[in-house]
Write a protein that binds this ligand. Structure first.
Ligand code: PMV
Length: 368
């Protein structure tokens, strides 16, 4: 007789804690968490921040949020008690998002109703640069909240800490669950990825040295507010005529990309990454209502990258997130040539000539 040792699937109830061992009156924690850039894109979601398809991202290093969380014990309160400071000043416009986040996670962190919090946060990337700070912001806050939970339950394992931080971050902003740990992170059930889960991001570690310190130069084409938010975009995938085919393709592309990352096949990498970026925007253009987030300069840059690649055979490529900015991706050993090309030919298409040099990083950090 065989005994089947099938691993138990992770479930939300795994993150509901037992009564805490310790009590703490007050204190503070600090953390930084980076942004991430998806290569296989998440676009479309179900209830409770469950993705419609699996995704894979590179974790960034320099674009990050730094958050200090101060807490002091109060009587149980139905309404959450918190102050929010962004770059040292109160930021009322961020409150609803945090309020909603706390509502969603209160069942997993019952102490939320028993403390007053001061959330003091800042980003390393320029203010309203068009770079979404929700991934890094939610990841940094979730990480700090887990530091507090760990202080209340010191027996917590490191694995559980990171899994739950990712689980909580996802409930703040889907892609935030990919900003906790690992240079390359996969989020979403994928038949061909062991331990993959719709609930958390997991690190993918079989990465070829060609991707070591892979560069991402972010060209800031349009720093304005997006006309259509990601939330609306995800929602539009529900009645999208091509949705099923797209979700199927994301599964296949993830299988292919894992192999590419392991074998270091840069030509295949370029093709798959650009195809994913354009597919994301094709989904936007074929939604009802339809919309376009790329700007004329986005297309100018793409054309220039294609021309430069053809002329030099340097495996530089682009990806896009839900906006007009262009992420230029390339191996570290071509850094000098590509940066020169960016300065000579692409900076003219950036708003105020602005761009950010970043590279693969490995996730969130404790700062105290
Ligand atoms: O995490 P959200 O809801 O902001 O959605 C992110 C969507 C994309 O950035 C376009 C793709 C992705 O996988 O990050």
């Amino acid at each position: 007789m065989y005994l089947c040792h099938k691993k138990k699937m992770l479930s939300s109830t795994d993150f509901i804690p037992q009564p805490y061992a310790e009590t703490i009156e007050k204190g503070s924690f600090s953390a930084s968490a980076p942004s991430n850039i998806a290569l296989v894109k998440y676009w479309g979601k179900k209830e409770n921040q469950i993705p419609a398809n699996p995704s894979l991202s590179f974790t960034l290093k320099n674009c990050k949020t730094i958050t200090h969380l101060h807490f002091s014990k109060i009587q149980f309160t139905e309404n959450f008690s918190f102050e929010l400071l962004f770059e040292g000043n109160p930021k009322p416009s961020f409150r609803p998002k945090i309020e909603l986040f706390f509502e969603r996670i209160a069942i997993y962190l019952p102490f939320l109703n028993e403390y007053h919090f001061v959330i003091d946060t800042q980003n390393t990337f320029p203010h309203s640069s068009g770079i979404a700070s929700s991934a890094s912001g939610m990841a940094a806050l979730a990480f700090n909240l887990m530091s507090l939970e760990k202080a209340l339950n010191p027996a917590m394992s490191e694995d559980y800490f990171y899994q739950k931080a990712s689980f909580l971050a996802r409930l703040g902003s889907g892609s935030a669950c990919r900003s906790l740990k690992g240079e390359v992170v996969i989020w979403g059930n994928h038949a061909e990825t062991e331990r993959s889960s719709d609930l958390i991001g997991i690190a993918f570690e079989s990465i070829h040295p060609h991707f070591h310190r892979y560069q991402d130069t972010i060209l800031l084409v349009d720093k304005g507010e997006k006309q259509v938010s990601s939330t609306v975009g995800h929602e539009l995938m529900k009645q999208h005529p091509f949705a099923e085919k797209r979700f199927e393709q994301a599964h296949q592309n993830l299988t292919a990309l894992k192999k590419i990352l392991t074998n270091g096949e840069l030509t295949e990498f370029v093709q798959l990454v650009e195809s994913e970026a354009l597919t994301l925007h094709a989904m936007m253009m074929t939604s009802l209502p339809y919309f376009i987030l790329m700007k004329p300069n986005t297309l100018e840059i793409i054309q220039k990258i294609w021309k430069f690649r053809e002329q030099t055979a340097i495996p530089v490529c682009f990806t896009l997130d839900a906006g007009a900015n262009v992420h230029v991706l390339y191996p570290e050993n071509f850094r000098i040539e590509v940066l020169q090309f960016i300065k000579n030919e692409l900076v003219v298409y950036c708003q105020n000539g602005q761009y950010i040099c970043d590279e693969i990083g490995d996730g969130a950090l404790f700062l105290n």
